[in-house]
Design a protein around this ligand. Structure first.
Ligand SMILES: Nc1ncnc2c1ncn2[C@@H]1O[C@H](COP(=O)(O)OP(=O)(O)OP(=O)(O)O)[C@@H](O)[C@H]1O
Ligand code: SF4
Ligand SMILES: [Mg+2]
Length: 305
């Protein structure tokens, strides 16, 4: 369904060029969740925005993004965005109007789709989606304004908006960022169920590898815009090859103030292995970084095994 080939993204501001994403490759098919994980600034949202072609003019995209056998371009993206490709934004709260009830906003969205003109028909579709997202009494939610809902409820409402598009691919950018651990698991469980019911392909973006690993089929680990490891859930969790993946699995670092950030100050940056200045497994053999693989398990590391 989705194939991303050699995706690179640079931002150009006056004379400064910032490389945000380098040579990223991955696929997502129906009934599959790909988790994209990495620290803040690693390029997760930039990849999502490139797929949806909502990056601003300073961005230069190279590579190919193929969806249902068509290369996505600025010209054809309107036929897919908000239709077969739906997006739950990291700043989801901003995508709702505070002046209209949830019901009015859901009806307006559905009304804009020419196939659903009848109010009763729309109400049935909306109730069914809300019910499938664990709202036991959908009518109660429909009369509320966004500011009257808890973070977890709002997230589910946003997922309802995304599902109304009847997408085959859903991109969920940090869908659990604003809620506590129990609600996080509940939300991810809901997405997992939707994947099965709707044969949905999902890209689930997160900082939290241990959390998402309970729900995903594949994992892509990003570091500074590069894939450092990519493969099936089992390969990544039971046999992680890259030191950064091991760190994410074992210690769940708080990237705002970790050791990892402090280490950056003390080691010299290198052109070769992007992780070299932070790596606990660095040896003299690490001069040449390689992208290695064992079947569909890929990792970027130059260390001899
Ligand atoms: N419009 C832009 N102009 C310049 N640089 C940008 C722009 N948008 C993003 N970037 C840079 O691209 C890099 C990747 O940003 P991105 O938002 O994709 O990270 P992220 O992994 O989603 O982080 P977070 O977990 O905090 O959401 C960052 O260094 C960011 O500063
Ligand atoms: S190449 Fe060396 S420095 Fe880089 S990740 Fe592998 S072990 Fe660490
Ligand atoms: Mg982001």
């Amino acid at each position: 369904m989705l194939e991303v080939k050699n995706l690179s993204i640079e931002f150009h501001h006056k004379n400064i060029t910032k490389k945000a994403v380098s040579n990223v490759n991955f696929t997502v098919k129906g009934n599959e969740i790909l988790g994209i994980v990495g620290e803040s600034g690693s390029g997760k949202s930039t990849i999502a925005h490139a797929i949806l072609r909502i990056l601003n003019e300073s961005a230069k995209i190279s590579g190919e993004i193929i969806f249902d056998n068509s290369i996505l371009t600025d010209k054809n993206i309107d036929s897919y965005r908000g239709k077969s490709i739906s997006y739950v934004s990291q700043n989801f709260f901003e995508s709702l109007s505070q002046y209209f009830t949830i019901g009015t906003q859901l009806h307006l969205l559905l009304k804009s789709k020419s196939t659903y003109r009848n109010r009763k028909e729309r109400a049935e579709i909306i109730s069914a989606i809300l019910f499938s997202l664990d709202f036991k009494d959908p009518k109660k939610i429909l009369g509320k304004y966004p500011f009257e809902l808890s973070g977890g409820m709002l997230q589910r409402v946003i997922i309802a908006f995304a599902l109304l598009n009847e997408p085959s691919l859903l991109i969920a950018d940090e869908p659990t960022s604003a809620v506590d651990t129990i609600i996080k698991q509940k939300l991810l469980n809901i997405l997992y169920k939707q994947k099965k019911i709707r044969n949905l392909g999902i890209i689930l973006i997160s900082h939290d590898l241990p959390l998402v690993s309970r729900f995903v089929d594949k994992i892509l680990v990003l570091f500074a815009g590069q894939i450092v490891e990519y493969g099936n859930l089992k390969d990544i969790i039971w046999n992680p090859r890259h030191p950064y993946t091991k760190l994410l699995i074992n210690s769940k670092p708080d990237f705002s103030k970790t050791e990892l950030r402090q280490k950056r100050i003390y080691r010299t940056p290198s052109e070769q292995c992007i992780y070299r200045q932070y790596c606990d497994e660095y040896t003299e053999e690490c001069q040449k970084v390689e992208f290695r693989n064992e079947n569909s398990h890929f990792w970027r590391c130059g260390k001899k095994e």
